[in-house]
Design a binder for this molecule. Structure first.
Ligand SMILES: CC(C)(COP(=O)(O)OP(=O)(O)OC[C@H]1O[C@@H](n2cnc3c(N)ncnc32)[C@H](O)[C@@H]1OP(=O)(O)O)[C@@H](O)C(=O)NCCC(=O)NCCS
Length: 185
């Protein structure tokens, strides 16, 4: 049985994270966006300089889930002002949450979410908030299973395309000792 390991990202992870983030965003949303909008988003959001900045930012926790040194998923938790529909106390944003499609439905996302809660707790957060494209039904179903509630909406731009995101909130859960590194089912 292989071990899934979740750890904080290092500056040296920036090139691999950039490649993984570019691939997973493209796989998730490439078919539903105009190529020029997709490319504009990829160029602005995923490049080694940007990921390096995020990895060294003390207000951002970048979590990498690996198995046999292979990157399988990542999440970013950050201090960020929420939209007005988030009224819960001490909100911390779950900014990015991506799992390689080859391991969807295998529990990796649940393990990463537990680590995201622990990171939010370490940021003194009491609630995690996130925004998710209203058409991303799989992600919405996953977040609902994880206890997130829909509190409203916000705009999200992919290139020049203004899309409607749902805004979801969950109370931060206390972490368990086996959350950081665990057996893959
Ligand atoms: C979102 C994500 C992290 C969830 O991880 P996952 O391993 O796929 O999650 P799970 O399989 O445990 O849960 C997904 C649920 O959605 C259901 N589902 C799948 N396709 C669906 C659809 N089209 N409509 C509604 N529900 C759907 C699944 O059946 C499952 O529910 P179940 O366990 O009750 O059967 C992962 O799919 C992912 O990385 N997606 C691409 C990137 C992304 O969208 N990130 C979120 C950005 S906000």
């Amino acid at each position: 049985m292989e071990t899934l390991h979740i750890r904080r990202g290092l500056v040296s992870d920036a090139p691999a994270l950039t490649a993984f983030a570019t691939r997973t965003f493209t796989e998730a949303f490439g078919a539903d966006n105009r190529p020029e909008d997709l490319q504009a988003h990829l160029t602005a959001s995923f490049n080694v300089a940007r990921q390096t900045t995020e990895l060294i930012d003390p207000n951002v926790a970048t979590l990498l889930a690996t198995m046999d040194q292979k990157l399988l998923a990542y999440a970013q938790i950050r201090h960020q002002s929420p939209p007005p529909c988030v009224t819960q106390e001490k909100p911390v944003e779950l900014h990015r949450f991506y799992v390689d499609h080859r391991v969807h439905g295998q529990g990796v996302a649940q393990r990463l979410m537990a680590a995201a809660h622990a990171a939010a707790h370490a940021f003194q957060g009491r609630h995690l908030w996130l925004s998710v494209w209203e058409r991303n039904l799989r992600a919405i179903a996953f977040y609902r299973k994880e206890g997130f509630a829909d509190v409203g909406r916000k705009d999200f731009y992919v290139g020049k395309d203004c899309q409607s995101d749902r805004v979801l909130v969950a109370a931060v859960r206390p972490s368990r000792p086996d959350d950081a590194s665990s057996r893959h089912p």
